[in-house]
Structure formats: structure tokens, C-alpha cells
Design a protein around this ligand. Structure first.
Ligand code: SF4
Length: 210
């Protein structure tokens, strides 16, 4: 598939267990206008150019990864780039129909389902699962599976996964995760400022003066 559309990507991680079922590639898109107070992905909020990639290019990256069960889209707000995210999924599925697709969204699923934007509906049709709803700091809970506050919900959009698997995922998916790629430490997870990893990194930064 050729496309004249680009996905604006904030960062990627090739293998994560903290962002959906199993081991997944994660694509954080750049740009979110929702503005949840207390969001700790603030660097992804401006809709400004980060890394622009075509759906085919990012699909090629995903298809070259070994040992992943699927792809998760985070942000930023994936549904504010619905067309590019949908085309990315379509390009991956064309070559590997076995991969699954998970997305976070700061919009409630009902709002997405009733959106007048056909690209939003098109993206929902391609996803197997979403973690949906804005982050509400007063409803923050640190032991939730793939969400940070109790108003946010997991939705099963296809038969790829089911709610009964949540117990197993809670045992196998870490609430926080970090990886060193040789240059920088990638942190991902849901404990935000309470994160033991972030505390340790900050403590080491003070000790080593970095
Ligand atoms: S929707 Fe997500 S990225 Fe956007 S402000 Fe809320 S928590 Fe942050």
C-alpha cells in the first residue's frame, strides 16, 4: 500500500510487557489535545513534528521484530491521528494477520463509537482492544491493568482477547518497566511519580551527578 499520510511518532519501543497483552511493540504518537491534569506523558502533547513516518515504513519496522504478539499505540492520542494509525495497522495485517492491535485513548469508547469522523470509526474497526477514557488524577489507582485511574476501562473489540485473561495478565504484565537501549533508558508504565524505577533513577542521578 502506498500512502501520502504520515504518522507523527514521539518514540517507539520494540518489546514491552507493560502495554497490553504479551510482548508488544509500542508506538507513542505525538500530539494530544485532551489535557488530563497529572498526565506524565506531557512531552507528547504538542501536535508538533517529531518523527514523521509513513504507515508502510513503520509497518516494515514492526514486521522485522521477532517475538512480539502485537502492537500497542500510546501517546499522545492515537485517535487524533486515526487515519495514519489505521493505515499502519492495515499495512501490518496485510503481511502478518496474526499480530494483534491494542490502543490507549483519552476518549471514552462511547465518544469514539459515536464520532462523526469516519477515520475514528475505521480505526476502532481495526483494533482488538482499547484502554479508553481520560486520566483523572483524583481517581488514580496504581494496581490497574494498563490504565492509571478507575474511570478508564478496557474494551474487547474482537475475539482476540477476553476479559477472563485479565487475571493472568495482571500476574505477568509489570506496572512499570524500563529498558536501556545503549543510549537512553526507556521508561513505561503506570506508576508515574510514585514509580520505584523513577525514584531509583532520580537517586542515581543525584549520586552520579547525571
Ligand atoms: S489522553 Fe493520555 S496523553 Fe492525552 S493528556 Fe490524557 S493521559 Fe495524557
Amino acid at each position: 500500500m502506498t500512502s501520502d499520510i504520515y504518522l507523527n511518532v514521539a518514540k517507539t519501543l520494540s518489546h514491552s510487557r507493560a502495554n497490553g497483552p504479551g510482548v508488544r511493540a509500542v508506538i507513542w504518537v505525538q500530539g494530544c489535545t485532551i489535557g488530563c491534569a497529572g498526565c506524565y506523558n506531557a512531552f507528547t502533547h504538542p501536535h508538533e513534528k517529531r518523527t514523521l513516518v509513513t504507515p508502510d515504513t513503520i509497518a516494515e519496522w514492526v514486521l522485522g521484530l521477532e517475538g512480539i504478539e502485537g502492537v500497542s499505540f500510546s501517546g499522545g492520542e492515537p485517535f487524533e491521528q486515526a487515519k495514519a494509525v489505521r493505515e499502519t495497522i492495515v499495512a501490518i495485517r496485510e503481511k502478518n494477520p496474526n499480530l494483534t492491535f491494542f490502543s490507549y485513548s483519552g476518549f471514552d469508547v462511547e465518544g469514539l463509537q459515536h464520532s462523526k469522523d469516519e477515520e475514528v470509526a475505521g480505526l476502532l474497526d481495526e483494533l482488538d482492544m482499547v484502554s479508553a477514557g481520560p486520566y483523572v488524577h483524583s481517581k488514580r489507582q496504581t494496581d490497574l491493568l494498563w490504565r492509571g485511574s478507575t474511570n478508564q476501562k478496557l474494551h474487547y473489540l474482537t475475539r482476540a482477547y477476553k476479559e477472563e485473561q485479565e487475571l493472568e495478565w495482571k500476574l505477568t504484565s509489570p506496572v512499570e518497566e524500563f529498558q536501556f537501549d545503549g543510549e537512553i533508558i526507556h521508561f513505561t508504565g503506570f506508576e508515574g511519580n510514585g514509580s520505584k524505577v523513577l525514584k531509583a533513577v532520580k537517586a542515581n542521578a543525584m549520586v552520579f551527578g547525571v
